[in-house]
Design a protein around this ligand. Structure first.
Ligand code: C2E
Ligand code: MG
Ligand code: MG
Ligand code: MG
Length: 285
């Protein structure tokens, strides 16, 4: 019996693997074609606000969207991971950056955060090319910020470190994204030129129902601040989340409470709403 159960498990496992692999190949083929034709990709923008001025919208995160002609809309977590494992992320990243720079003509006086995959940062010459691209659109590094995910453990390596240092020297603000979900050690944080920590939304969204999560957020903020980093909280969905995070001294808030990601044509900038709301901000941290 043990043997037959074992072989059944193997069978299901293999079938799932094969399906995943087929999916992956179909996504990769379609990605390649869309990249060749420079079609079907779009960028949505989600506001990032400060606790003192939560009605002021002049800062956004750029989030990639893809509506594959053959497969339909694919969520970014999925197609970015296929692009990363297939090497297409480098070409895709440049195409997305072009779309963002083009969109920024419709977002005057706004700052936009761009997600950059560690695989892109491991390409020698990345920082220079990144700077040259945005410059060719007349944009300067103070309009663009960079988010690097913590999800991948390969955030170590001399090329990556060197490219990040160069980006920092050019004047780009660099944020460590998804903090708390990956493999970063505290020692690692001190060796890289990060200006900000983005607390992953899984922590923020669990905070109101879990005192352990609340304590963890409190510690992360204290740790980050003691290292001179600014703190961004993502996944802020309720006024209770916002009040709690603001009291702990978070510098920036992002989440559905302030707006879902939208195409640049539908994004409103400047002050929105007549009544100015703000949250009590901590003085102690
Ligand atoms: P991320 O960089 O951590 O982006 C934040 C994600 O949280 C976005 O998901 C956003 O829509 C979602 N989000 C923001 N506020 C809330 C909220 O209040 N509630 C909930 N439930 N979700 C919220 P999205 O757009 O699906 O993107 C997923 C991930 O895909 C991003 O996570 C990022 O890692 C990756 N990604 C997206 N665009 C790009 C890109 O252009 N390049 C790279 N390398 N990665 C990208
Ligand atoms: Mg567009
Ligand atoms: Mg991000
Ligand atoms: Mg994140």
């Amino acid at each position: 019996l043990a043997k037959s159960l074992n072989s059944m498990a193997t069978y299901f496992y293999d079938e799932k693997m094969e399906n995943d692999d087929n999916d992956r190949r179909r996504i990769e083929a379609s990605l390649r074609q869309c990249l060749d034709n420079k079609e079907a990709f779009d960028i949505h923008y989600q506001p990032i606000v400060t606790p003192l001025n939560p009605n002021c919208f002049n800062k956004f995160e750029a989030l990639a969207r893809w509506n594959s002609p053959s497969l339909g809309p694919i969520p970014p977590d999925r197609f970015i991971s296929v692009a990363e494992s297939s090497g297409l992320i480098v070409a895709l990243g440049w195409h997305l950056l072009d779309l963002i720079c083009e969109d920024m003509k419709m977002l005057p006086d706004c700052t936009v955060s761009v997600n950059v995959s560690p695989n892109q940062l491991m390409t020698p010459g990345f920082a220079n090319e990144f700077y040259n691209r945005i410059s060719s659109y007349g944009l300067s590094p103070n309009r663009i910020e960079i988010e690097v995910t913590e999800k991948i453990s390969v955030l170590i390596g001399s090329t990556l470190t060197q490219e990040m240092k160069l980006l920092s020297e050019y004047g780009f603000i660099i944020a460590l994204d998804d903090f708390g979900t990956g493999f970063s050690s505290i020692a690692y944080l001190t060796h890289m030129p990060f200006n900000r920590l983005k607390i992953d939304r899984s922590f923020v969204m669990a905070a109101q129902s879990s005192s352990t999560r609340k304590k963890m957020i409190h510690s992360i903020i204290g740790l980050g601040k003691s290292m001179g980093l600014e703190i961004v909280a993502e996944g802020v969905e309720t006024a209770a989340d916002a009040a709690f995070l603001s009291k702990l001294g978070v510098n920036y808030l992002q989440g559905y409470l302030y707006g879902k990601p939208k195409p640049c044509e539908s994004v409103q900038t400047g002050y929105i709403g007549a009544d100015q709301i703000s949250y009590p901000v901590s003085r102690s941290l």
